[in-house]
Design a protein around this ligand. Structure first.
Ligand SMILES: [Zn+2]
Length: 475
């Protein structure tokens, strides 16, 4: 299914590099030998030789699905490829731990209801996660199959994502959980069930009737409030607005995203997680089980794509899920229970942007598989993750030589657009990858580090090669 381009090797050896340097100097009006205090428009150093392609590399361990594969099987195979293999521990961005990225578990759970007619067995685990500090401003507690996240806002109040199953759990789990984090239910700013199912809003009526708090819920699910035991009034989030919605709950700034599909009023989003003076970002997917109708399945797929886009734009550092086994959160909470202080030194939720986006790309491919399962005529382009690795970053006086290699799970990405940005001054240079996935630039810079960004592109069959980026120190 991947177009193969004629191999076109462009080595960035010494002679090529010096020729490129001369070209840059000429283009910049230089030639006197520097210093390069200003850098003008940097020319493209290597042009694409054709459309974006992938040159297979058998050493990756994955092969692209055959052309004869059904759409359903294709997307499940891409989900497996996106999950990838377990990264080496030293490949994880600090302070995350690669041990907390489990590709097999993520692949199983994100795709569960695309591949099974029964519920996942983890939903039967009714043991309790005790109040567990995840970040300086964030705790979790509740049953292992469906729990809640509690935030401390800047104004000293607190806020809940999800309210557990019923009044009894609100009294026996939520109230003591808030006390354990140094807050109390009387200090709640509000609560937001992710969607209108009882395991998410069941405690909302009690909390509202006892403490007078607003209950935020997608407008399309709002009718459940009147039927709840006890009933509650809904402060509606606009389900018809599919754009990211910035919300401030007492100084707690979230980005919410209407993602209908699991229910018509499901909300997902990105939350701030504060640690040691820094704010990280965690994405959450508000609905789990995939719908059984094509219309809702298409909306579920659309929502998974918009959450991916939002998460890429906000450079998320990890994910959370109120059914915490789905995205690996339960294993991370267990790790924090075993070593509570590790949250501040080696936080298991901070898996890094690349791995967090890989996780959401599995969800997207599983959602596409579900649409294909319900509609045999569906044709949905795959979304494939890529990785970019800086293989050289050296500074001779005033000139940087940088090379990077771009891969996807199946091989080398050819004719891929790579932008190099030097820090701290921000000089940039653009190049394209060869048949070995290698792009290189030589450009005036006194940088201490360089960021290589592969820009998203599309293969001839419509398959999307997702963007990726990495930063390396200059040697
Ligand atoms: Zn639900």
């Amino acid at each position: 299914m991947f177009r193969l381009n004629t191999p076109s090797h462009r080595a960035f050896g010494a002679s090529v590099a010096s020729a490129l340097a001369a070209a840059v100097l000429a283009a910049c009006g230089g030639g006197g030998g520097g210093p390069y205090t200003t850098v003008g428009a940097i020319p493209t150093l290597a042009a694409a030789t054709g459309p974006l392609g992938v040159v297979p590399d058998s050493s990756t361990g994955f092969t692209s699905p055959p052309k004869s594969a059904t759409e359903y099987d294709k997307h499940l195979a891409l989900a497996t490829a996106n999950a990838g293999t377990k990264p080496a521990a030293d490949a994880a961005p600090a302070p995350g731990t690669a041990a907390q990225y489990d590709p097999a578990a993520l692949r199983t759970q994100w795709c569960y209801t695309a591949e099974h007619t029964s519920f996942p067995p983890e939903l039967s685990d009714h043991n309790i996660v005790p109040p567990t500090q995840m970040f300086d401003n964030m705790w979790s507690f509740g049953p292992r199959w469906v729990l809640q996240y509690a935030f401390k806002a800047d104004n000293g109040k607190s806020f809940l994502i999800d309210t557990l199953n019923n009044t009894g759990e609100a009294q026996s789990i939520t109230e003591p959980g808030l006390l354990a984090m140094g807050s109390s239910a009387s200090q709640l700013e509000g609560a937001m069930p992710t969607h209108g199912h009882g395991d998410h809003y069941g405690g909302a009526g009690y909390l509202q009737q006892t403490y007078g708090i607003p209950i935020y819920l997608g407008s399309a699910d709002a009718s459940v409030g009147a039927k709840a035991t006890p009933p509650f009034t809904v402060t509606q989030l606009d389900s018809s607005n599919l754009q990211p919605q910035a919300k401030d709950f007492g100084g707690l700034s979230m980005t919410l995203l209407s993602t209908p599909g699991h229910t018509v009023g499901t909300f997902s989003g990105v939350v701030p997680a504060k640690l040691n003076g820094k704010t990280y970002h965690l994405a959450f997917w508000g609905g789990t089980g995939m719908p059984g109708t094509i219309s809702l399945a298409q909306q579920y797929l659309d929502g998974s794509e918009r959450l991916y886009r939002l998460s890429a734009a906000q450079k998320i550092d990890g994910t959370i899920h109120t059914h915490p086994f789905v995205d690996g959160s339960l294993a991370k909470l267990d790790a924090l229970k075993a070593n509570p202080q590790s949250y501040s030194s080696a936080n298991p939720f901070l898996i890094g942007n690349a791995l967090a986006l890989r996780s959401l790309s599995i969800l997207r491919e599983c959602a596409a598989a579900k649409v294909a399962q319900l509609d045999a005529t569906a044709k949905i382009p795959g979304w494939i993750t890529t990785a970019v690795q800086v293989t050289q970053a050296t500074n001779s006086p005033g000139m940087m030589q940088a090379t990077a290699v771009v891969t996807d799970p199946f091989g080398f990405v050819q004719n891929g657009h790579v932008n190099f940005t030097a820090q701290p001054a921000g000089e940039t240079c653009t190049s394209y990858t060869n048949a070995k996935g290698v792009a290189g630039c030589t450009f005036p810079s006194t940088a201490t580090s360089v960021t290589a960004e592969f820009a998203e592109g599309t293969l001839s069959d419509g398959t999307v090669e997702l963007a990726s980026a990495t930063t390396a120190q200059v040697k």
